[in-house]
Design a protein around this ligand. Structure first.
Ligand code: GLC
Length: 528
């Protein structure tokens, strides 16, 4: 019997745990705080919760530098609390997804400590080591994410090791089969605990060019090589997106399906597939035999506009294999929130974007705080905590601005903590759950209605998508029993939904089928 995958039509809520809710008063959100907040997620028709890394870490990159893959960071809670979360969430119909970081470890991970101890150590080949060039310089010109040389000299053993992120995040060597076996065990450990799947960090990065060729600069066009402008003047064509990575996902998918065949649930593999072209995104679905979901970065990087959205959505559907499920998400913990990046702080535009993305068939990702209409914060350099982007290092955007703690009430600390918040809260106190809960016209209540409607239309299904209109100012589509009309302009436009208008971003009452006057930046959902 083939069961419909639960993520078809699902809402995945992305919790940046340290910023969600702090119960022990240390200023950092924790698992206990999330357990205490499950009703909020239930009210948003959430099907699964994706937690930012929960594993022990020295926190150079806030958990994305893992020092133990099968435990819980003491600052966030315990294994027992994670078990409790999984069980309580299940009781409310929600699954728990963890963040898996297979591309690199912390330099404090026992594997790396051993690897660094000598060239003959048991774990030396778990990492990427290379000899210097004859003049002692790094093996090639690759830069890390912060714009610094990506090779770190290890004086004791006389070789460089590679890092695409911080030097404290040495990259694992996926050409070593032992690394594959380690991650098979790690994944089984969590699946056996009832974790429903993983968001896979840097899913496009595990392999690097075997010959370690120099990356071309942004100005060069290499024949036969996809143009991939990077942020530090260099195309990342040889240190990301190597073809070998796809075999990892074929293998993982087989293992996932085997769990299903053995009577369990098929775990979800959701990739952080940071690619620029829809065709590259499709590669991560393979013939529907690799990742079941791959985050759509080409869409995230798109300009805000009816036609750009429409064409990226079209290209996504055209690219992914038959039966594969897209995921639509506009914000995450690394980038400016959609409320700022696309909507420039305008609530009407934020609601329009949510409506357009949430009513598409597939899965939908909601980043904590977006349901309140939270835009980016502007955290002063002295209070920033992210070493990768601190002070806008090398032109980077300070990621802390998208990680402000959640406000649960209108008090100064928003009910987030009783201690000193690890990052400042957004100054706008109206961005809080209790206040918006009490206001029928709030963004929170709009998003609740939208996601309830989404569940009605798409829950447990993968409906077809059909574009109805894509002009400079109007985007409309049909999927399942719903039609969406979105007015991307300051003018009034008439739409012909024919069907009954069930939801308007402006909170207008249900309207009978027929022509409908869309107000500026209004979006509506009409039902057959
Ligand atoms: C991913 C994470 C990001 C982290 C990086 C290195 O891009 O989303 O937060 O810094 O990987 O692990």
């Amino acid at each position: 019997m083939t069961l419909t995958p639960w993520w078809h039509g699902a809402v995945l809520y992305h919790v940046y745990l340290r910023s969600f809710r702090d119960l022990d008063g240390d200023g950092y959100g924790d698992i206990a705080g999330l357990i205490d907040s499950l009703d909020h997620l239930e009210s948003l028709s959430v099907d699964a919760i994706w937690l930012s890394p929960t594993t022990p870490s020295p926190d150079r990159d806030w958990g994305y530098d893992v020092s133990d893959y099968t435990n819980v960071h003491p600052q966030l809670g315990s294994l027992a609390q994670l078990d409790e979360l999984i069980a309580l969430a299940r009781g409310k119909g929600m699954r728990v997804l963890l963040d898996l970081v297979p591309n690199h470890t912390s330099d404090r991970h026992p594997w790396f400590i051993d690897a660094q101890s000598s060239r003959d150590s048991a774990h030396r080949d778990y990492y990427m080591w290379a000899d210097p060039r004859p003049d002692g310089s790094p093996p090639n010109n690759w830069l890390d994410d912060t714009g610094e040389p990506a090779w770190q000299w290890d004086g004791a053993t006389g070789q460089y090791y590679f890092h695409n992120f911080l030097p404290e995040q040495p990259e694992l060597n996926w050409r070593n089969p032992a690394v594959h076996r380690e991650f098979d065990k790690i994944m089984d450990f969590w699946f056996d605990k009832g974790v429903a799947g993983f968001r896979i960090d840097v899913a496009n990065g595990f392999y690097k060019d075997e010959a370690l060729r120099d990356n071309p600069s942004n100005d060069e066009r290499l024949p036969g090589v996809l143009y991939q402008p990077g942020k530090h003047g260099q195309q990342t064509v040889y240190n990301f997106n190597q073809p070998e990575v796809h075999q990892v996902y074929r293998d993982w998918r087989i293992r996932a399906e085997q769990r299903g065949a053995a009577g369990g649930e098929v775990p979800l593999l959701l990739g952080e597939t940071w690619v620029l072209h829809p065709s590259q995104l499709a590669d991560y679905y393979g013939n529907n035999d690799q990742l079941q979901l791959a985050f759509n970065f080409p869409l995230i990087f798109a300009d805000f506009g009816a036609q750009t959205f429409a064409s990226l959505i079209d290209e996504t559907f055209a690219g992914i294999p038959q039966g594969a499920c897209p995921i639509w998400a506009g914000s995450n913990h690394d980038l400016s929130r959609l409320g700022t990046r696309w909507a420039a702080g305008d609530i009407a535009k934020m609601r329009l974007i949510h409506t357009v993305l949430a009513m598409l068939p597939g899965a939908f990702g909601l980043y904590y705080g977006d349901e309140l209409g939270m835009p980016d914060s502007d955290i002063p350099v002295g209070l920033q905590r992210d070493p990768l982007t601190l002070g806008g290092k090398n032109g980077s955007w300070p990621r802390d601005n998208a990680r402000s703690p959640m406000r649960w009430d209108d008090s100064e600390l928003g009910g987030f903590t009783t201690g000193k918040p690890w990052l400042p809260l957004h100054p706008d106190r109206s961005l809080n759950v209790a206040g918006q809960d009490a206001d029928p016209f709030s963004t929170l209540n709009y998003i609740r209605s939208l996601l309830a409607l989404r569940r009605q239309v798409h829950g447990g299904r993968l409906n077809r998508y059909r574009q109805l209109a894509a002009t400079d100012t109007l985007f409309a589509y049909e999927s399942g029993d719903a039609r969406v009309y979105a007015n991307f302009s300051d003018g009034i436009q008439t739409a012909h939904p024919v069907w009954t208008v069930a939801l308007s971003t402006l909170g207008k009452p249900i309207a009978a089928a027929g022509a409908y006057e869309l107000q500026p930046w209004e979006a509506i959902v009409a039902l057959r």
